[in-house]
Structures are given as structure tokens and as C-alpha cells.
Design a protein around this ligand. Structure first.
Ligand code: XUL
Ligand code: CO
Length: 443
């Protein structure tokens, strides 16, 4: 248990620290599955999952949507002075994170403190907040999973940041990334994220795609070189998303990003941050995106949330689909976990979820679903024939000519000869329904 850290005033009054009470508990303000000390597959749940609270959705997002004004009125959003307001917000954030007993947080620069148009003033504000955050981290033991810069909200980024056709705009993006990297490094941030918010296009008619992508790669190299020069040892993550806000984002999905990283020689420093709702927007499952990343040795981190079956946009709801997350945790465990990252709740409570407790329910549910899924996936791997069924499907490549093919020892003529000698192959079931039932048996 971490200790609850409060500022001058308590923002979530009457709410105590959330504790693990077990699956039998009917207390809605308790964990039923997330026992941080429970050991699964050689590590505690805390060590496996490395949960992080997202500053932007939880302390900045105010329920606004394209049709309506804010519905979440925050007591930490009242002071006039931006730095004083930011300190209140940070007090609220650390109160919440420590009451939730979660180990990490993540932020964009502008979530921590409001930015204006003066680069030096923005830097000054963030530096003050970095000093404040250092104290908060030391008091609480809460750590920074990753930092990032918001290169998509300001109007100057309407045509992109690193991929903007105007070099001048690109330099403003670079300034923001430098300042955000400095903050991340000063706070011992373990990773740094690039989500290409508007790195894409609205119309090909006005876009030189090749040039924009080259600029993007050059930008990433430049940022990487700077951070490494400052002693940053963490991993850089790219977060794929196919569209929204642009019509087409260059970091479309995991496979596209891996191709890009390979093309521009970035695979040594960059891995992927896979977000559930981004996967489904790309027409994939979350499991698929994790598997693609894992197969490339690049499964770095997770942005946990979920989409909506009916809506075609990024609804960023808290995760609660046990089948989806259990299948994802099978990929997670078989790949040996995340490379540097954690499970960040990039999710927002609904516009009409206006009680302070709603933020707690949301994170409790999210943590519990991942914990339960991980425990279940481990049982499936340990006790069932899940892996065996898949291995056996490929048995014909384990020896003889199949093995020789894998080793590159057979010609096309050799393959034809084998086909002729062995006649028509047997019909072999893929046993999908059997496996689907097996998963549900363990859930
Ligand atoms: C947007 C999104 C971002 C990134 C960080 O869809 O997921 O919040 O996670 O910039
Ligand atoms: Co995200």
C-alpha cells in the first residue's frame, strides 16, 4: 500500500484508499481482482501491469463534446494563476493516484500546466511544475511511466507538427518536444511517447506524403539524439492510430509503424504503445495489434480503454470486456510482457458521469479487468492445452521436409515433388470453437 498524499486541501473527500477485498466482495469501492502482491507467472500483478493514470482524461478532460459545454467542474480548476491552478491539479492527481494505490502516471506537457504562445514562458511554467512533481513523487513513491508533448491541440498544428508543410511550425513542435523531454528526464520518466496527433493528411491533393514522412523520421531521429545526449535511457514509443483527428494518420496501425521504423532505422530505440480503441478503429482487434508488435519484439506499452460496437470513433471508454482483455493477456504473457511500458488508462469517464466517485469506479473496473484477465490467461497457459493445440497445427514443419523448407533448403521443384508423392492432404480442423469454449471455461 502506498501512502495517501494530499495537498493543502482534500479534493476527493470521504473516499479512502481503495483496497483489495477479493472476488467475493460486494464493495464497489474495492478491488476484487487487482491484488498488487499476487504473484502470477513469476511476478506480482503490480510488476506485470504497471498501471498508470492518464493526467489528461482524469484531471483535464471536462466532459466537453462537439455538442456541449463542460459537465465536469473541478475544484482544482478554480485559481486564476496558471501555475497555482496547475499545482492544485497536481495535488488532486496525486491524491487520486495514491488513493487508488496505482504506481504510475502519464502526462502531456499541456495537461500539467496551461501553455500560451511564449516558448520561454511555457518552459518556465513546466519547470516549476517539474520541481513540484519531484516532491510529490518522492512523498508518494508514484512514478512517471511516460511523458509526451501535445502537438495537436494548438491551432498552429492544424496541418501537423513534424509533418507540417511549414518548417516554422515544425520548429515549434520541436521546441515543445525538447521541453517535454527535459521534464520527462528530470522526473525519471521511464519512457517517452509520440502519438502522431495530426501527423497525417486531410487531403492528398495538397500533400506530399513522401516528404512529410521523411520529415517525421528526421524529427524522431533528432529528438532521440537529443534525449540520449541528455542521458535518457528509456524507450520511445510510437502510438498507432489510423485516423481522427486527421483523415489518415501515418502511424495507421502496428504493422505500418513497424515498417516505418524499419525503413528509417529507428527500431533500436522505438517500440509501440498499443491502444485498444485505436486497434479497433484500424479494423483490427487489440489482440491482433499486440501480436504484430510482439512478433517484431516491439510490444512496448498499452493504452487501456475500449471502443463502442456501434460508434465509429475513439470513445476511450474504460476497459470492461473480459474476453477481449483475456485474449490480449495471452499475447502479453506469451511475449514475456511489455518492453519498458505499462498499462496506462487512456480512458475517460462519460460526460454524464459527474460524481467524484465515478473516476474511482472507472479505474477500479479497469484495473480489475486487466488483473482478472492476466490471472485467467496464466491459468489457460499453465493448465490447458491452449498452446499445445496451436503447436500441433504446425507439427508438419517440425521435422522432415517441412523443417527443411523452413530452413530454406528446398526448391520450388522439391515442393512440387513432395506434393506429387504425398497425394491430397488430409482435412485438418482448426478447432476454433473448441478454443473459444476453452477460454470461456477459464474465465
Ligand atoms: C489520442 C491518444 C492520446 C495519446 C497521447 O487518441 O490516445 O491521448 O495516448 O498523446
Ligand atoms: Co492513447
Amino acid at each position: 500500500m502506498s501512502k495517501i498524499v494530499l495537498g493543502d486541501k482534500e479534493f476527493f473527500k470521504g473516499i479512502d484508499q481503495i483496497k483489495y477485498e477479493g472476488p467475493e466482495s460486494d464493495n464497489p469501492m474495492a478491488y476484487r481482482w487487482y491484488d498488487e502482491n499476487k504473484v502470477v507467472a513469476g511476478k506480482t500483478l503490480k510488476e506485470h501491469l504497471r498501471f498508470a493514470v492518464a493526467y489528461w482524461h482524469s484531471f483535464t478532460g471536462n466532459g466537453t463534446d462537439p455538442f456541449g459545454e463542460p459537465t465536469h467542474q473541478f475544484a482544482w480548476d478554480e485559481k486564476k494563476d496558471p501555475v497555482e491552478r496547475a499545482k492544485d491539479k497536481m495535488d488532486a492527481a496525486f491524491e487520486f493516484i495514491t488513493k487508488m494505490n496505482l504506481p504510475y502516471y502519464c502526462f502531456h506537457d499541456v495537461d500539467v500546466v496551461d501553455y500560451g504562445n511564449d516558448i520561454r514562458e511555457n518552459e518556465r511554467r513546466l519547470q516549476i511544475m517539474v520541481e513540484y512533481a519531484k516532491q510529490k513523487q518522492a512523498e508518494s513513491g508514484v512514478k512517471l511511466l511516460w511523458g509526451t508533448a501535445n502537438l495537436f491541440s494548438h491551432r498552429r498544428y492544424m496541418n501537423g507538427a513534424a509533418t507540417n508543410p511549414d518548417f516554422h511550425v515544425l520548429t515549434h513542435g520541436a521546441a515543445q518536444v525538447k521541453i517535454a523531454l527535459d521534464a520527462t528526464i528530470a522526473l525519471n520518466g521511464e519512457n517517452y511517447v509520440f502519438w502522431g496527433g495530426r501527423e497525417g493528411y486531410m487531403s492528398l491533393l495538397n500533400t506530399n506524403m513522401k516528404r512529410e514522412q521523411e520529415h517525421f523520421a528526421r524529427f524522431l531521429h533528432t529528438a532521440r539524439d537529443y534525449a540520449r545526449g541528455q542521458g535518457f535511457k528509456g524507450t520511445f514509443f510510437i502510438e498507432p492510430k489510423p485516423a481522427e483527428p486527421t483523415k489518415h494518420q501515418y502511424d495507421y496501425d502496428a504493422a505500418t509503424v513497424i515498417g516505418f521504423l524499419r525503413q528509417y532505422d529507428l527500431m533500436d530505440d522505438f517500440k509501440l504503445n498499443i491502444e485498444v480503441n485505436h486497434a479497433t478503429l484500424a479494423g483490427h482487434t487489440f489482440q491482433h495489434e499486440l501480436q504484430v508488435a510482439a512478433d517484431a519484439g516491439a510490444m512496448g506499452s498499452i493504452d487501456a480503454n475500449r471502443g463502442d460496437y456501434q460508434n465509429g470513433w475513439d470513445t476511450d471508454q474504460f476497459p470492461n470486456n473480459i474476453n477481449e482483455i483475456t485474449e490480449a493477456m495471452l499475447v502479453f504473457l506469451e511475449a514475456g510482457g511489455l518492453k519498458g511500458g505499462g498499462v496506462n488508462f487512456d480512458a475517460k469517464i462519460r460526460r454524464n458521469s459527474t460524481d467524484p466517485k465515478d473516476l474511482f469506479y472507472a479505474h477500479i473496473g479497469g484495473a480489475d479487468i486487466f488483473a482478472r484477465a492476466l490471472i485467467t490467461a496464466d491459468k489457460i497457459i499453465q493448465d490447458s492445452e491452449y498452446r499445445k493445440v496451436r503447436q500441433e497445427r504446425y507439427a508438419s514443419f517440425d521435422s522432415g521436409k517441412g523443417k527443411a523448407f523452413e530452413e530454406g533448403k528446398l526448391s520450388l521443384q522439391d515442393l512440387m515433388d513432395f506434393a506429387i508423392q504425398n497425394g491430397e492432404p488430409a482435412t485438418i480442423s482448426g478447432r476454433q470453437e473448441y478454443l473459444e469454449n476453452l477460454i470461456n471455461r477459464y474465465i
